[in-house]
Design a binder for this molecule. Structure first.
Ligand code: FAD
Length: 126
């Protein structure tokens, strides 16, 4: 561990660009060995990790978005089958509906679950 380089230490802990920002703020040479990083600098690193603040100045374009909001109104589907209340035999699932969750698996979970339920419901109607 003590022969490990600073950059290698940050690999896996942080995304590359963020690791670069931290390294720049602390003014550490990325190829410095961990054993050569002074106790003061280690303390600064810990403090920075606890107190790091940044201002969000904008978002990326729609093409880079992770979830889409604004599909069909959820009140227009039967929540037990995901069949449209307006058009018979039409099933709306996932992001076709106006549902979006925080990042962390909720959107995929909803897409799969609603798709499964809609598929089962449609098959039962045959
Ligand atoms: C970069 C990125 C990262 C993400 N990370 C996460 C994450 O970590 N966790 C999470 O929960 N969610 C994540 N999401 C969101 C998640 O992927 C979506 O919410 C989910 O895939 C929506 O599923 P869906 O079936 O509704 O739509 P989609 O997965 O978009 O499926 C729609 C399908 O329909 C096809 N299609 C479109 N038009 C037509 C047409 N006319 N004819 C035939 N086929 C058509 C498309 O090609 C596509 O395959 C991420 C999304 C992106 C873009």
């Amino acid at each position: 561990m003590k022969d490990k380089k600073w950059k290698a230490f940050l690999d896996g802990l942080f995304e590359d660009k963020f690791a670069g920002v931290i390294t720049d703020i602390l003014k550490i040479n990325p190829s410095k060995r961990l054993s050569d990083v002074s106790p003061d600098l280690r303390e600064d690193f810990l403090k920075l990790m606890i107190e790091f603040r940044f201002e969000i100045i904008g978002t990326l374009d729609f093409k880079d978005s992770m979830a889409t909001a604004g599909g069909a109104d959820v009140r227009e589907v039967n929540p037990e089958t995901f069949e449209s209340k307006i058009v018979k035999d039409l099933y709306l699932t996932g992001e076709l509906l106006d549902i979006d969750g925080d990042s962390g698996g909720y959107n995929l979970h909803f897409a799969w679950t609603s798709g499964y339920i809609a598929g089962q419901s449609a098959a039962r109607r045959q």
